[in-house]
Design a protein around this ligand. Structure first.
Ligand code: NCD
Length: 306
């Protein structure tokens, strides 16, 4: 099984991943956090763009499942010597990996990788394309917090234009019955957004009646020399930044990280009880263990599943 887009999964597939994640979450509370499930399997994490959370949680997920895990990182890989993605994948294929987890600055890179390897490929973020495992961990965090996802109201706020998280989350959240709206200035909405058939608001008043406010970072490094769509981060923060005062008592705040304190949210909101940011990270490890397991589930014998 590959996981390239959140659309690769049905609601039943997502429910199965939640069930598996419940088990893996329990393992994380034990003193010995390792299970033999993927013993003898090889996982290669190819991260050709910076990452803290996604990279560390995939690495730890593989290790806790007892797989052999190696990590290829952008600046230290041969990509910085001009090697093409095709040649990088063909080279790694010589090791007969079972799973390749890939983060890449170009949209479609993970899908392309599936052509050159017989391993399962997991998209850990492809440019402004998709980030399906972020969507799954966010859904799992919401499931743990609210139980029922049906009818939950979520506003995704900020730099939708360059956010692969916004894309995967919009489609994945809706699949699970969540009512999603997008909020932000028109310059931060992607062209063609009218075809997404989603309510768009240009005012923070649109947050008043939602259960969850999902904040995004200004992803300026993805602007690639284009004119920034907002005059300055200070200006953005003044109009769109959230502080704990602007968040209603029962509301929760989510963010995929990395957060920029003082830009899209104030430091006090990041540390507030209503923030699920670290809960998301905790959910991410269990969900990524479930994803790695599920990629190979068809090939695991009962004995190796331990
Ligand atoms: C996101 C990403 O890389 O797309 N972060 C993450 O994976 N936790 C969001 C971002 O970069 O702002």
């Amino acid at each position: 099984m590959h996981l390239i887009s959140i659309d690769d999964l049905s609601t039943a597939d997502i429910e199965t991943l939640f069930k598996l994640s419940d088990g893996f979450l329990e393992i994380a509370s034990r003193s010995i956090k390792k299970v033999p499930t993927l013993r003898g399997r090889t996982i290669i994490n190819v991260f050709l763009e910076p990452s803290t959370r996604t990279q560390s949680s995939f690495e730890l997920a593989g290790k806790r499942l007892s797989a052999d895990v190696i990590n290829i990182k952008g600046s230290s890989s041969s990509v910085s010597k001009g090697e093409s993605l095709k040649d990088t994948i063909l080279t790694l294929e010589s090791y007969r990996p079972d799973i390749i987890v890939m983060r890449h600055p170009q949209v479609g890179a993970s899908r392309m990788a599936t052509r050159y390897t017989s391993a399962s490929v997991v998209n850990a973020g492809d440019g402004t394309g998709e980030h399906p495992t972020q969507c799954l961990l966010d859904l799992y965090s919401l499931r743990r917090t609210y139980g029922d996802l049906q009818g939950l109201k979520v506003a995704i706020v900020g730099d939708i234009l360059r956010s692969r998280v916004a894309r995967s989350n919009l489609f994945g959240f809706r699949k699970m019955g969540i009512d999603v709206r997008l909020v932000g200035p028109p310059t931060l909405m992607p062209p063609g957004i009218e075809y997404w058939d989603v309510p768009i608001y240009q005012d923070l008043a649109a947050l008043d009646d939602v259960d969850v406010i999902y904040l995004l970072r200004m992803q300026l490094e993805r602007a690639r020399g284009k004119v920034p769509p907002v005059p300055s981060l200070r200006e953005y923060s003044r109009i769109w930044g959230l502080s704990s005062l602007k968040v209603k008592p029962g509301q929760r705040v989510m963010h995929p990280g990395p957060i920029n304190r003082g830009v899209e949210l104030s430091g006090d909101l990041a540390d507030d009880d209503r923030s699920l940011i670290l809960h998301q990270v905790e959910s991410g490890l269990a969900v990524r263990m479930a994803i790695l397991y599920q990629c190979l589930a068809g090939s695991l014998t009962e004995e190796s599943a331990g």
